[in-house]
Design a protein around this ligand. Sequence first.
Ligand code: ISL
Ligand code: CA
Length: 548
Amino acid sequence: MKKKWWKESVIYQIYPRSFKDSNGDGIGDLRGIIEKLDYLQWLGIDVIWISPIFKSPNDDNGYDVSDYCDIMLEFGNMNDFDELLKGIHQRGMKMMLDLVPNHSSDEHYWFQESRKSKDNPYRDYYIWRDHPPSNWASFFSGSAWEYDEVAKAYYLHLFSKKQPDLNWENPKVRQEIYDVMHFWFKKGVDGFRIDVLPFISKRLDFPNINPQNFAQAVDEVYANGPRLHEFLQEMYREVASKYDVMTMGEGIGVKAHQALDYVDEDRKELNLLYHFEHVTMNYGEGGKYDPVPWKLSTFKQIFKDFDTAVSNKGWIALTLDNHDFPRMVSRFGNDKEYRMESAKMLAMLLLTLRGCPCIYQGSEIGMTNVKFDSLDEYDDIEVKNIHKEWKKEGKNLKQLLKAVQEQGRDNARTPMQWDNTNNAGFTKGNPWLPINPNYTKINVQEALEDNNSIFYFYKQLLQFRKANKTLVYGNFELFLADSEQIFAYKRQDDQGNFIIILNFSNQQFPIADFSFLNNYKCILSNYYINNDILKEWEGRVYVQKHKH
Ligand code: ISL
Ligand code: CA
C-alpha cells in the first residue's frame, strides 16, 4: 500500500456559519475560525475542511455560489482568507475547501447571462429545455425543472430553484471550474471536498423516475452519469495532477461496487470517496422525513463493503455525521443516559477504521441534536420547502415536525458551543440559528477543564492513531457480522495487530467466550474498569500480546 500524507490525515469539518462569530452579526466568519486555530491544533487534527466560503446569496448556506473566486460578504474578505490559510499552515495543518461544481447560484454572472437569450455565449452553461423532458424531482421538493420568465425556457435544478445545474457537457464550463481550482491551489490550498460529484455528468435521455422512490432515482438515474469518469480523469489531468493536494468526492448515489472506479490509484481520478450510505440507511418509503429504525448489522455491512471494495487500491473517507445529517451521538449513540460513553465509543469507531476520519465540528464535545418547537423555527431550505409542500397537500404537520426533529439538517447546524456564557460564546449578537439550550452543560470550556471529557478522549485517540500506523494502513476484518449489539473488527499489518470491540447498546455484554481475543490485551477503553463484561456503550482497543 502506497503511503501518502493525505491517507494519514484526520479531517475536521467546519461549517463556517456556525463555528465562531468574530464581529457580533450573529454569523460565524473567517476571523472566528482564525481565533480557534490553536484549539484545533491542540485537538490534534491534520486537515481542516471548510464548507463553502464563496460569495453566495445563501439560499442553501453557501452551496449556491455566485462567485467562486471571492469570499462571502458575511464571512470576511480575501485578506482574512489569506491570514487564515497562513495560520493553518503555520500550525502544521492543511486546508481543504469545498467546491460546488454541479450547480451555481442563479445570481452567478453565468446564469444571469445564460437566461438572456438563446444566442448568449453563456446559454450552454446550464441545462435548458423548451419543455420539461422528464419528471425529475428536486432534492428540495417539487420538480427539478423550473420555468424561467426571462429565458422563456425550463432549466434543470437538482437542488433549490436558486441552484441551477451547470452543463458539464460544455467544455467551457469544465474549464471554468478547473480555473477556479487552479486559483485556490495557487494560493496554497491543500485540497477540495467536491460537492455531489457523481451528479456532474447527466443522462441526456432524462429518463423518468419513479416519484415514489427518490432514493432509487438518486442512485440509478442522477448519479454516475455516462461521462462522469471521463470528466474526473480530465479534472485530474488538467488540475489535481499539477499539485500535491487531496481531492475528496462526496459520493452521493455511489454504491460499494462502484467505489473503486472513483479512487483506484491507477485510474487517476480522485483520492478519496466520501461514502455515506450508512447515514441514509434509515430513510423509509417516503424518504428522509419518513425514517425507519436502523440495524447495526446493516451499518457494519456498509463499512465492510466499502472497505472491501477499495481495499489496497483506493481510499475512502469515514463519517458518522456532517452538516446535512443528525448529530452522531443522537443518531448512533444514546444522547441521554450514556451521552459521554457513547460519544467516546463512536469516536473510537471513527478513528480506528481504515480511511480518513472526518470529525464534524462539535462532535469532539458530544454536541447533540436540537428540538425546535415549531417548523417555523427551522432555517434549512430543505425543511422550509417540504413544510410548504405538506401544508399545501394538507398532510400531518405534527408528524413532519417530529421527523424534522429527528432527521433535519439544522440538528448539525446550531452554533458551536464554546462556553456557558450568553449564546454559548458563539456570538455577542443574535445567532442566525438558535443555540442548543444544553450549551450550559455541553461546551468546549467545560470539556477542556475535565480530564475525563469527550474532548480529551478524541485527543488521546488522535495521538494513538498517529503513533500506530496500522490503524491507518492495516487491513480491516469484521467479526460477528450478524450481531445487533457488537461491532468488532481487526486491524492488521506487519507493524501490528489490533482488535476493536464496541458495544452499541444500553445493555452489558459478556465477552469471556470471544476466542478471537485470546492473546490480546486491552490498551484503551472509554471506561476505567476492565473485565469480562463489556459495559453499556463501552468500546475497547486490544493489542496482540507478543508472540511466543
Ligand atoms: O441532506 C441531504 C438531502 O436530504 C443530502 O442528501 C444532501 O442533499 C446530499 O448529501 C448533497 O449534499 C450536498 O449538496 C447539497 C447541499 O445542500 C448540502 O449541504 C451538501 O452537503 C447541494 O449543494
Ligand atoms: Ca460574523
